[in-house]
Design a protein around this ligand. Structure first.
Ligand code: HEC
Ligand code: HEC
Length: 124
């Protein structure tokens, strides 16, 4: 499994800040390297129902080969705006701290949303 390959490469540096361990960290500066890999695995791959190769050429993780990698950063920014601003401005919600994440929309699908074929066909 790809996470284990990367973990083997960074052995001894798991708790160091991601930007000191990896080459091209823009978004997750300060995050322990091992935690970044957990996000790659569960937060991204599992939530979207994809493998690492959806956003990376496997092995060349620092490169910007695929547009999906930057889309993931932009989606993250969207999630921050929704959680930090938009949800907070909706009055009378039942949760005290209503929060969404990638899985809330994607729920195992690479392309959620009203524009895709399954949604047009009326699937939930
Ligand atoms: C939905 C897209 C997406 C998926 C799927 C994904 N990644 Fe990433 N990955 C990113 C983004 C975005 C970054 C850059 C984060 C930043 O800018 O801080 C990144 C960065 C990385 C880095 C740091 C590379 C460097 O040297 O800068 C590694 C290592 C990595 N990913 C491994 C993985 C592995 C292993 C998987 C599969 C388990 C995976 N990724 C799945 C989007 C993804
Ligand atoms: C509010 C709902 C929502 C949330 C939350 C969300 N997404 Fe998305 N995402 C979408 C929609 C809608 C699309 C567009 C799908 C299409 O092309 O029709 C999309 C597309 C994408 C794509 C491009 C897929 C492709 O094949 O072109 C990536 C990558 C992605 N999202 C990653 C993420 C990540 C990572 C997160 C969490 C940080 C996230 N998304 C959170 C709704 C969401």
């Amino acid at each position: 499994m790809h996470v284990n390959e990367v973990l083997a490469e960074i052995k001894g540096k798991e708790q160091m800040p991601a930007e000191q361990v990896f080459k091209n960290i823009r978004m997750y500066k300060g995050m322990p390297a091992q935690r970044l890999l957990a996000i790659m695995n569960r937060g991204f791959s599992n939530s979207l129902g994809v493998s690492c190769s959806h956003c990376h050429v496997v092995g060349d993780y620092d490169k910007e080969d695929k547009p999906t990698k930057q889309i993931a950063r932009d989606m993250s920014g969207m999630v921050t705006t929704i959680n930090g601003t938009l949800l907070k401005n909706i009055k009378n919600l039942k949760s005290t701290d209503p929060t969404i994440n990638c899985g809330t929309c994607h729920n195992g699908r690479a392309r959620p949303g009203a524009g895709n074929a399954a949604m047009r066909a009326g699937a939930p």
